[in-house]
Design a protein around this ligand. Structure first.
Ligand code: NAI
Ligand code: PYR
Ligand code: MG
Length: 561
C-alpha cells in the first residue's frame, strides 16, 4: 500500500469498480468495502496487489499469440490501471513488445475487430462543431501529456484510420510505465479525418468515418481547431504529434512548435534517440560522429529529422555546416537526393547532395541507387527509416563492408516485420563486425558461438523523460537543445561506450532511471533558455521524484458529492 495520504472520492459501488484510475478490485479492504458499498460486489477474499499480479500473470501466460496477450493487458488497463502498470513494470522486458512495438502494430491494424471498450477521445471531423464538448467530457481535469495521431502513417504500416488510437494508447502507456507520468495526467487522442485505406473503407466493422481523408485547408483548419481547443481546456498540456504522414508531419510541427508545448515524436524524438545511439556507437569505436559519412534510406519525417539533428551535432563537434551536410546522403525511393531532383519536399531541399559532389561517381540510372551510394560514398553509418522490409540486401551490406571495417548499421523501421534487414542477416553479412540497433525489439543473435545483444533504438528511450522534465518545470516550448540534451544523456548511459562491453543502449529495465536523468537535463536546458520556471537543481530533482507516479494502491475515504 502507498504511504501517500488517503484519497477522497465520492465514487462508490459499481461506479467505483468501473473507474480504472480508482478501481482496486479484490484489494479493497473490508473497511473500504463497507464505506463504498462494495460488500458482495467482489469475491470475499481480500487480496494484495502482489496476489492480483500473480493471477493476472498466470492468465496472461495462458495466451499464446502476442495479439491475445495485448488484448488481455489492455483489458486490465481499462479495468484497473494501477494493477496494469504494476504488472507491466514487474515484467517490463517481456511486456513492452506486447503493449508497444511490434504487437501494437497488429493492434492498430485490427483495432475495430478487437475493440472492447473506450479509452481516450476520438475527435472526428464530422463532429468538429462539438470539439469543446468532447474535450469537456474528459473527466481528467489535469491532462498534462496528450499523444495525438490522425492514423495516416502508423509505424511502417500505412494508413490505419482510427486504428491509430492503438499507437496513442501504447505511447502513453510507456509515458507512465517508464516515465512515471500518472495515468490521471495522460490522454490518447485520435483525429478521425477519414481514411484512404480501401480495406478499412470496405470493412463492415471499421469504426471510423467511412470517407476519404480530408485534405488541404479543411484539414489544416481542423488541426487548428483541435490545438486551440486543447489550449482552452488544458493550457499547460504537452502535445506529442505521432504517426502523421509525411506531407502533414513537418508543416504541423512548424506551425505549432513556437507557440505550443509540443513536439513530433517521429521527427524529433527519433532524431534524439538516434543521435544518442550514434554518439554511443562512435564513442565505442573511438571516433567522432563528425568524422563519419552517413547514409539514410528513407528521406521522410524520421530520416530528415535524424539527418538535421546529426548535422547539428557535427557542427557542435566543430564542423562547418556545409561540410557536415556534405557527409549526409539521403536515399529515397528514386535514389540519392541530388540537387535539381524534381518533386523534392521543402524539408528535403537542404539535404540534397551537390551535383558536383557526385559528378565523378559512375552509376547507370538518372540518380544513384543505394548500392551506388554505398560504393561511391563509402559510408561508415547506414540508417534505415523507409518502412520497407528487406532494403538492406546482402549486396548493400557487403558494399559497405568493403570500405568500412566496423560499420554502424541501424535498420530502424517498425514493426519488426518492416525492418530493412534482420539483425541475424546483418551480423552474418558483416561476420559480426558491426554495431547494430533496430527500432523494434529483437532477441540477441548467436553467431559463431558469440552472442550479440541487439539495442532497440526507439524514441521510447526519449519521450518519457522529455514529458517528465517538461512537467517538472512547466516548460512552455520544446527546443532542439532540449532534445539534444536527451541524446547526450542517453549516450552517456551506454554500457558499450562506457565499458567496451554489453549493449549499445542501457537495458529497458533501466528506463525509469534513465527517464529521470533525461528529465533533469532537459528541464535544465529549458530553464537556461528561459522556457520554464526557474528552480534550483535540488528542487528540480525533488520535483522529478515527487512527480514520478508509482503503481501502488492508496487508501480511500468517502466524501459526499
Ligand atoms: N525506431 C524508431 O524510433 C522510429 C522508427 N520509425 C520508422 O521509420 C519508418 C519511416 O517513418 P517516417 O519517416 O515517419 O515515414 P515517412 O513516410 O515520412 O518516410 C518514409 C520514406 O521512405 C521512403 N521510401 C519508400 N520506399 C523506399 C525505398 N524503396 N527506398 C528508399 N526509400 C523509400 C518514402 O518515399 C518516404 O520518403 C517507419 O517504418 C517507422 O516505423 C519512425 C519513427 C521512429
Ligand atoms: C517508434 C515510432 O514512433 C514509429 O515507428 O513510428
Ligand atoms: Mg511513431
Amino acid at each position: 500500500m502507498s504511504n501517500k495520504p488517503s484519497l477522497y472520492t465520492y465514487y462508490a459501488g459499481p461506479a467505483l469498480l468501473e473507474t480504472p484510475l480508482l478501481n482496486k478490485g479484490s484489494a479493497f479492504t473490508k473497511e473500504e468495502r463497507i464505506a463504498f458499498n462494495l460488500i458482495g460486489l467482489l469475491p470475499p477474499r481480500y487480496e494484495t496487489i502482489e496476489q492480483q499480479m500473480e493471477r493476472a500473470y498466470m492468465q496472461y501466460s495462458s495466451f499464446g499469440e502476442p495479439i491475445n496477450k495485448h488484448i488481455y493487458l489492455r483489458n486490465i488497463q481499462d479495468k484497473n490501471e494501477t494493477l496494469f502498470y504494476r504488472l507491466v513494470q514487474q515484467h517490463l522486458e517481456e511486456m513492452l513488445p506486447i503493449i508497444y512495438t511490434p504487437t501494437v502494430g497488429d493492434a492498430c491494424e485490427k483495432f475495430s475487430a478487437i475493440y472492447r471498450s473506450a479509452r481516450g477521445i476520438f475527435v472526428s471531423y464530422n463532429e468538429r462543431e462539438y470539439i469543446d464538448d468532447i474535450l469537456r467530457s474528459v473527466t481528467k481535469s489535469k491532462v498534462k501529456v496528450i499523444v495525438v495521431t490522425d492514423g495516416e502513417r502508423v509505424l511502417g504500416l500505412g494508413d490505419q484510420g482510427v486504428g491509430g488510437m492503438g499507437i496513442s494508447i501504447g505511447k502513453l502507456s510507456l509515458y507512465t510505465a517508464c516515465g512515471g507520468i500518472s495515468p490521471a495526467y495522460t490522454l490518447p487522442v485520435t483525429l478521425d479525418v477519414g481514411t484512404n485505406n480501401e480495406k478499412l473503407l470496405n470493412d463492415p466493422v471499421y469504426m471510423g468515418s467511412k470517407h476519404k481523408r480530408i485534405t488541404g485547408e479543411e484539414y489544416e483548419q481542423f488541426i487548428d481547431a483541435f490545438m486551440k481547443a486543447v489550449k482552452r481546456r488544458w493550457p499547460e498540456a504537452m502535445v506529442q504529434f505521432e504517426d502523421f504522414a509525411q506531407p502533414n508531419a513537418m508543416p504541423i510541427l512548424k506551425r505549432y512548435r513556437d507557440t505550443y508545448c509540443c513536439f513530433n515524436d517521429d521527427i524529433q524524438g527519433t532524431a534524439s534517440v538516434t543521435v544518442g545511439s550514434l554518439l554511443a556507437a562512435c564513442r565505442s569505436k573511438g571516433v567522432a560522429l563528425s568524422s563519419q559519412k552517413v547514409v539514410f534510406v528513407g528521406a521522410g519525417s524520421a530520416g530528415c529529422g535524424i539527418a538535421e539533428q546529426v548535422i547539428q551535432q557535427m557542427v557542435v563537434e566543430g564542423l562547418d555546416e556545409a561540410t557536415a551536410r556534405s557527409q549526409i546522403y539521403m536515399v529515397d525511393r528514386f535514389g540519392l537526393l541530388t540537387e535539381g531532383m524534381p518533386d523534392l519536399r521543402d524539408f528535403q531541399d537542404a539535404l540534397v547532395q551537390k551535383k558536383s559532389a557526385v559528378s565523378d561517381w559512375s552509376y547507370s540510372g538518372d540518380y544513384a541507387s543505394l548500392r551506388d551510394v554505398m560504393n561511391c560514398a563509402k559510408p561508415d553509418i547506414l540508417i534505415g527509416v523507409s518502412g520497407v522490409p528487406g532494403l538492406f540486401t546482402e549486396a548493400v551490406i557487403s558494399a559497405m563492408k568493403k570500405h568500412c571495417e566496423l560499420p554502424i548499421i541501424f535498420p530502424l523501421s517498425n514493426p519488426s516485420r518492416q525492418v530493412e534487414a534482420t539483425p541475424e542477416q546483418v551480423i552474418k553479412w558483416t561476420e559480426g563486425k558491426v554495431i547494430i540497433a533496430t527500432g523494434s525489439p529483437f532477441k540477441p543473435v548467436t553467431y559463431k558461438g558469440k552472442s550479440y545483444p541487439i539495442a532497440q533504438c526507439n524514441n521510447s528511450y526519449i519521450f518519457p523523460g522529455i514529458g517528465l522534465g517538461v512537467i517538472a518545470v512547466k516548460a512552455r516550448l520544446i527546443s532542439d537543445e532540449m532534445l539534444r540534451a536527451a541524446s547526450e544523456t542517453l549516450a552517456a548511459a551506454s554500457p558499450l561506450a562506457n565499458t567496451g562491453q554489453g549493449g549499445l543502449l542501457p537495458p529497458l529495465s533501466d528506463l525509469s532511471g534513465l527517464s529521470k536523468q533525461i528529465a533533469f537535463e532537459v528541464a535544465k536546458i529549458a530553464m537556461a533558455q528561459g522556457l520554464a520556471l526557474e528552480i534550483s537543481d535540488d528542487e528540480l530533482k525533488q520535483r522529478i521524484e515527487k512527480n514520478f507516479w508509482k503503481p501502488e494502491y492508496r487508501s480511500y475515504k468517502r466524501i459526499s458529492r
